[in-house]
Write a protein that binds this ligand. Structure first.
Ligand code: DUC
Ligand code: ZN
Ligand code: ZN
Length: 470
């Protein structure tokens, strides 16, 4: 089956140009000058011609930070791989990198096998895994080498959540030394969890149990401190480090300093830190703030009004936008913490709206069109060893292609989203731009506001080593 995409503007990380894209089977086979191919399917020789007049033709989005079915606080993130990857497709994301989970005391191999069994045959789009290491010991360190050989080339460590996922500085150093040796990338949740747990306990003892105290007891300084500590450990180990879900200006400053000094230090941020804040959202009346409990927490308006994170995205101190998609319903899930914010499962669902919310940055003048593609697709592919199979519209790459309509609007609401959540963190937003058509490996998944995909279309991706490091 061949498909010709005509009359669109192809956008890459380095520029935009009018071009025709020919897809054969699952791959892109040619990117041609406009007018190279006849307009009609029969004459062009293509089985199908898609008219992309007025649309941007961009590589499918790559969300390198999702948590389908994550066990957390006695419950599980509400999106299965089937539902979550379908929602991703709706939003123009054609690859996810999910986090397989080893908690403290569990066996890495068993945990990875479990994650494969959750995802296999279920996904609408391609998927890969990072491995969360919640218990860095000799066995886990040894396992890191075999996981790299199996295409799991990045590992997440936590400086937060003592007793569940937490690694101490010695464990972090040892994992980083291993990464320096085998080429893996350590991704870091940088918050000082030991201090945070003290603050949270003290707040609860004072009767401060509302959702907003989740944010108040996780000060941005504790992200800045942990970010600095992780950078120093990485420099000692001679390993690169990548900060997930960077939320605080203090953390961004530490990353920027390290990058200015030429170090392999990288970071991502997430839409929730660009658009939502502690006072209005986490501090919403009643229990509504529970829907905005995630870690790191939403930051105060003082942080968000400086637009530091948008600036970081422009300067590449923030290289990637991912979602940390970790949805929980209010009913029966967020409600677990009705009387104590510490029992609210941490996470916000967002896999469906990342491309739109960051395109809104283009519409607002915060990012260039090219930078949108780079932060949402090309750099994730390069950072995590998927390039050039993913992340670019070029001959030989997978035909993961999004036609994006800059003139249409996207309305975000619980009534229309496809995630398994009984609320939306962005309820009522109407933003510029809309995902029009989504193709994954040559197959159209979204067209005319209809889903044409199926579970099992998405396959497991063995990743290579990062090609982003200096
Ligand atoms: N942060 C969240 O909000 N949820 C899951 C794990 C994490 O680090
Ligand atoms: Zn995290
Ligand atoms: Zn996460």
């Amino acid at each position: 089956m061949t498909t010709l995409i005509k009359n669109g503007t192809v956008v890459s990380a380095t520029g935009r140009h009018a071009a025709e894209v020919l897809v054969d089977g699952t791959s892109i086979v040619a990117v041609m000058a406009p007018g190279s191919a006849p307009a009609q399917a029969a004459e062009s020789g293509a089985d199908r011609v898609i008219d992309a007049t007025g649309k941007y033709v961009v590589p499918g989005g790559i969300d390198c930070h999702t948590h389908m079915e994550l066990p957390f606080g006695g419950t599980f993130a509400s999106d299965t791989f089937e539902i979550g990857t379908r929602a991703a497709a709706w939003g123009g994301t054609t690859t996810i990198i999910d986090f397989a989970v080893q908690k403290t005391g569990e066996n890495v191999r068993d945990c990875l096998d479990l994650w494969h069994s959750k995802a296999e045959g279920e996904c609408a789009v391609d998927y890969a895994f990072h491995m969360i290491m919640g218990g860095v010991d000799d066995a886990a360190l040894k396992e890191m080498d075999s996981l790299v050989d199996e295409g799991i080339t990045s590992f997440k460590l936590f400086m937060a959540y003592p007793g569940v996922f937490y690694s101490d500085d010695g464990q972090i150093l040892r994992a980083m030394q291993k990464a320096a040796n085998n080429g893996a990338l350590i991704t870091m949740h940088a918050e000082n969890g030991i201090a945070i747990d003290v603050l949270a306990e003290q707040a609860a003892a004072r009767g401060q149990t509302d959702p907003v105290y989740h944010g108040i007891t996780r000060p941005s300084r504790m992200e800045g401190e942990a970010t600095n500590r992780a950078i120093q450990l990485a420099l000692v180990a001679g390993a690169p480090v990548y900060f997930v879900h960077l939320s605080a200006s203090e953390a961004l400053e530490r990353v920027a300093e390290a990058r200015d000094a030429g170090h392999n230090v990288f970071a991502e941020t997430c839409p929730q830190y660009l658009y939502l804040n502690l006072e209005d959202h986490l501090g919403a009346p009643g229990f509504a703030g529970a829907g905005y409990v995630c870690s790191p927490p939403l930051r105060t308006k003082e942080h968000t009004h400086h637009n530091d994170l948008w600036r970081g995205l422009r300067t590449n101190d923030l290289a990637i936008v991912a979602t940390d998609h970790c949805p929980f319903c209010m009913k029966d899930q967020k409600e677990l913490g009705k009387d104590d914010f510490r029992a609210i499962p941490n996470g916000i669902g967002g896999v469906e709206h990342r491309m739109d919310l960051i395109y809104q940055g283009v519409a607002m003048g915060e990012l260039s069109l090219e930078r949108w593609v780079e932060t949402c697709s090309t750099t994730p592919a390069r950072m995590f060893g998927l390039y050039p199979q993913k992340g670019v519209i070029a001959p030989g790459s997978d035909a993961d292609i999004v036609l994006y309509d800059p003139m249409a609007k996207t309305e975000i609401s619980v009534d229309t989203h496809h995630m398994s959540m009984d609320y939306s963190a962005y309820e009522g937003y109407t933003i510029d731009g809309k995902v029009d058509t989504v193709m994954s490996k040559g197959r159209v998944l979204i067209e005319d506001d209809t889903y044409h995909g199926e579970k099992g279309h998405g396959a497991y991706l063995r990743r290579g080593l990062s090609t982003y490091l200096q």
